[in-house]
Design a protein around this ligand. Structure first.
Ligand code: DMJ
Length: 581
């Protein structure tokens, strides 16, 4: 090698520089080796170790029904199909959006989450039987339609999905798969292959299409690695983008999937968009960017996030209606139930899904929770904790069934709150879940009403006739599931079982499951509708409640608001930075 003399540098000076460089490099490589070596002595739970050492070095894992593959293989397979960036610990080239998939454990656990306790297993089998019954009847009487009408034995199409069909099929894919109902799952998959037509031309709810179709297809893809789901979800994702073409980028509620024109719901005041709708896109849209390697989806939801972060909030609260034109609040109605609910859910889940790197989501979530506690959380004279609604400063002492998801939400966020608040959040989650359970036990059917009140003499009971119905909703059971995973208090499984018995007694009819019009009377009046979220959420959460925690472990998965599991993602750049420090 010839060293050319640099101007103004003597040969001995250059030699000194070179040896200094050499010593420095030697020191650096020694440091790097030391760092790597030290990783081996860290406990397996330490994140740095999981990231930098390969999966097999930390803990061997399996994927699927007793298969020999491990979680790393699972993600590798997805990656080879161009689906996801690889598991933690794999050498990668940097991706343009900076995320890595990070599955730590096999999705279906070591034995598909089968509990060792025979009584719990029997209960789990019962839930599986309910799913099969609901599915078989849908297949027999409503195949390809959106939902089953179990009394009239026909299909329901409705007007939420813009001409898209098969909502119950898309919503059921992951539930069938995790329950090991493979024949049924294969029928569902074949239908997606041959009959899911995305070239529809009707008016769709952006929110409903996103949580059910986009969420359902994404989770089917992550669980099975079937390319079919990926291509369908990519095609559908693109069709949703025109809804964001508004002066503020806040999407309108309704979109024509064919023409791309969008407009606001007629019932929403002054052409406003709804918090729970435009605030419930984040998880799916970040995944759409991940899969397509197109940042546009993430940009759209980050724009929503930024606007909400910046805008002035009354008492720190987020009202339910916002103008997509001016970007201002339209009315000061705040609710953790309908119209607001899943916006809060998606803040904490965005933070968890980002492997706890999405700092804005975290700050906004705990800020919102503080405001909710200061303004909405109430204690009834009988000692029940509940979330009231807020109308321009005046409290409405009513809690909707929808708001009962908040027990689980506050529970999963407890651990990342300020250290002095953690126990408090877990207690609050348990209290809310208890109140929601009370709303079930205080009815004749042991199923909860659509909304219950804490004024007019009653506690946790519906006072209006119009609030007495139960449409197979999941939120109360969803909170039981999370609280079970977080505390392992057996009462949550008992409460879940009470719900199973009530569903069997009052909602099971000859050809499926139906909602009921009045939870306070034993002579059932059925509403003739088997909602698709019954298969996607209610039965899935019950099944998980009676399974071991390693079935869809919470370290790896977040459930979207329709209970479709999505994998956590890792912002790798941050960790590389930490490592270099
Ligand atoms: C589901 O579609 C979702 O859970 C949504 O967030 C709220 N409503 C239904 C179930 O009640």
């Amino acid at each position: 090698m010839v060293f050319r003399k640099l101007p103004g540098v003597s040969a001995s000076g250059m030699g000194l520089r070179l040896s200094q460089k050499f010593v420095f490099l030697l020191f650096l490589s020694g440091l790097v080796t030391l760092c790597f070596g030290a990783l081996f002595f860290l406990p397996d739970s330490v994140r740095l170790k999981r990231i930098f050492l390969s999966k097999t070095e930390t803990q061997p894992v399996t994927v699927g029904s007793g298969s020999e593959n491990d979680a790393r293989e699972h993600l590798k397979r997805l990656k080879n199909q161009g689906g996801m960036t690889p598991a933690k610990g794999e050498t990668t080239t940097s991706s343009d959006h900076g995320f890595k998939g990070c599955l730590l454990k096999p999705p279906l656990g070591r034995d598909n989450g089968k509990p060792s306790d025979p009584k719990t297993n029997e209960r789990r089998e019962k839930v599986k039987e309910m799913m099969k019954f609901a599915w078989d009847n849908y297949k027999r009487y409503a195949w390809g339609k959106n939902e089953l009408r179990p009394l009239t034995r026909n299909g329901h199409i409705g007007n939420m999905f813009g001409g898209l069909r098969g909502a119950s099929i898309i919503d059921s894919l992951d539930t069938l798969y995790i329950m090991g109902l493979m024949e049924e799952y294969n029928d569902a998959k074949d239908w997606v292959q041959t009959s899911l037509d995305l070239n529809s031309n009707g008016e769709a709810s952006l929110f409903e299409v996103n949580i059910r179709y986009v969420g359902g297809l994404l989770s089917a893809y992550y669980l099975t690695g079937e390319e079919l789901y990926k291509s369908k979800v990519m095609e559908l994702g693109e069709k949703l983008l025109p809804a964001f073409n508004t002066p503020t980028g806040i999407p309108r509620g309704v979109i024509n999937l064919g023409s791309g024109t969008s407009w606001s719901w007629g019932w929403a005041s002054a052409g406003s968009s709804i918090l729970a709708e435009f605030g419930t896109l984040h998880l799916e849209f970040v995944h759409l960017s991940e899969l397509s390697r197109n940042p546009i989806y993430t940009e759209k939801v980050m724009n929503i996030r930024k606007l909400l972060n910046k805008i002035e909030k009354p008492h720190g609260l987020y009202p339910n209606f916002l103008s997509p034109v001016s970007g201002n609040w339209v009315q000061h109605h705040v609710s953790i139930g309908g119209l607001g609910d899943s916006f809060y859910e998606y803040l904490i889940k965005s933070y968890l899904m980002s492997d706890k790197t999405d700092g804005d989501a975290k700050t906004m979530y705990y800020g919102a929770l503080e405001a909710i506690e200061a303004n909405l959380v109430q204690k009834s004279p009988g000692g029940l904790t509940y979330m009231a609604e807020w109308r321009g400063g005046i409290l409405d002492h009513k809690m909707g069934h929808l708001a009962c998801f908040s027990g689980g939400m506050i529970g999963i966020g407890a651990d990342d709150g300020a250290p002095e608040k953690r126990q408090h959040y877990l207690d609050l989650a348990a209290e809310i879940t208890h109140t929601c359970h009370e709303s079930y036990t205080r009815s004749a059917t042991k199923l909860g009403p659509e909304a219950f009140r804490f004024d007019g003499g009653g506690e946790a009971t519906a006072t209006r006739l119009s609030d007495r119905y139960y449409i197979l909703r999941p939120e109360v059971i969803e909170s039981y599931m999370y609280m079970w995973r977080l505390t392992h208090d057996p009462k949550y499984r008992e409460w879940g079982w009470e719900a199973v018995e009530a569903l069997e007694q009052h909602c099971r009819v000859e050809s499926g499951f139906s909602g009921i019009r009045d939870v306070y009377t034993m002579t059932a009046s059925h509403d003739n509708m088997q909602q698709s979220f019954f298969l996607s959420e209610t039965l899935k959460y019950l099944y998980l409640l009676f399974s071991d925690d390693d079935l869809l472990p919470l370290e790896d998965w977040v459930f979207n608001t329709e209970a479709h599991p999505l994998t956590h993602l890792l912002a790798n750049s941050k960790w590389v930075f930490l490592f270099l420090l």
